[in-house]
Design a protein around this ligand. Structure first.
Ligand code: GAR
Length: 200
């Protein structure tokens, strides 16, 4: 049984989709061991409570980056977390944190990386006028939105779209992509060649 630790900062829809797929065994032999938010009163933490999952708020406001990361890592390690999933965790991780969980931290980003890293990626893509966008699940390394890509799913931009309708269709694909990526990583039948994840 693999232990997943979820880190989030807000709505928590990716977390909820993963929790559903864990419960329905579409992510087999795994459990969500802990849900941690760096912000108070998030919908994500409410969802964790509703689902009966253990959750914690470790507020990051006013804390040094690494000091906060040490508090979070301690809680993850206490629960023997095998995989750390960032799901709308809107805080940069320190190199120290990344080194605690080598190749065991995943992030989802709402664009086809390396296009549009950073905040409000869907809006950036829409404003740029791309015809295809999507989402990426990748390993976290010391750089923002940068580590090797595990899964990407593309979404066509339609003439009638605005940034909200596009973001909503990307989100639907995020909920599929994250589970696919977790299964790839937990199954472990891959190697990383340069930046490329290659299935064995
Ligand atoms: C998602 O769209 C996720 O891809 C994005 O935040 C949203 C969180 O939604 N993450 C980033 O932009 C990270 N750079 P959720 O809380 O409903 O899962």
């Amino acid at each position: 049984m693999k232990n997943i630790g979820m880190l989030l900062s807000g709505r928590g829809s990716n977390f909820e989709a993963i929790a559903k797929n864990v419960a329905e065994r579409r992510i087999p032999d795994a459990r969500i061991a802990i849900v941690i938010s760096n912000k108070h009163e998030t919908a994500g933490i409410e969802t964790a409570r509703r689902l009966g999952l253990e959750s914690l708020v470790i507020p990051s406001k006013g804390m040094q980056r690494e000091e906060h990361d040490r508090a979070v890592a301690a809680e993850l390690k206490k629960r023997n977390v095998d995989l750390v999933c960032l799901a709308g965790y809107m805080r940069l991780l320190s190199p120290w944190f990344v080194q605690q969980f080598p190749r065991r931290i995943l992030n989802i980003h709402p664009s086809l990386l390396p296009a549009f890293p950073g905040l409000e990626a869907q809006q950036q893509a829409f404003a740029y006028g791309v015809k295809v966008s999507g989402c990426s699940v990748h390993f976290v390394d010391e750089e923002l939105d940068h580590g090797p890509i595990i899964v990407q799913r593309a979404v066509n931009v339609q003439d009638g779209d605005d940034e909200h309708t596009l973001a909503a269709r990307i989100l639907d694909q995020e909920h599929i992509a994250y589970t696919e990526a977790i299964n790839v990583v937990l199954e472990g039948n891959f190697q990383i060649v340069g930046r490329r994840l290659v299935r064995k």
